[in-house]
Design a protein around this ligand. Structure first.
Ligand code: CUA
Length: 152
């Protein structure tokens, strides 16, 4: 009988200790968020230049294309650059995995959520280059095509 009465008391003490521990951890999280301003990291697509996708000229004939893939398009598109330009491509995606193959070049990348992949192309011939998604990404996959226009 005596043991049966003591066990619930031990359980109560353990429960109180566990609740106090959980409350202390929640208080520390609240302190870190409110007083110290610590937050969870965001996505790469929340910050420039990936918030919209941008083509930036960094020097004469040199460009950086920050491309964002999204079902079922690439931004920016069309990319307009002059003949002879060297373009560094930085690619990411806002949703799922996509492909990024520039027809007629060696650039063949994968757009991976919250990661940036890199490729470089030198556009010697003027004309329109197709950018093709080569990873099946849904019902509009076959229409996911971008354009690079190289002017003479
Ligand atoms: Cu995007 Cu297939």
């Amino acid at each position: 009988m005596e043991i049966a009465q003591k066990v619930p008391n031990v359980e109560k003490r353990v429960m109180v200790a566990a609740l106090l521990f959980a409350a202390a951890m929640l208080a520390l999280i609240a302190y870190a968020a409110v007083r110290l301003g610590i937050t969870v990291p965001g996505c790469v697509t929340e910050v420039k230049p990936f918030s919209k996708g941008e083509l930036i000229q960094v020097a004469p004939g040199r460009y950086e294309a920050h491309v964002v893939a999204k079902t079922f398009s690439f931004k920016p598109s069309p990319l307009k650059i002059p003949k002879g330009a060297v373009v560094d491509f930085y690619l990411t995606t806002t949703d799922i995995v996509h492909g990024f193959y520039i027809d007629g070049t060696d650039v063949n990348l994968m757009a991976i959520p919250n990661a940036v992949t890199y490729g470089q192309a030198h556009f010697e011939k003027p004309g329109k280059y197709q950018v093709i998604c080569h990873e099946f990404c849904g019902l509009g996959h076959q229409d996911m095509v971008g354009t690079i226009e190289v002017t003479p």
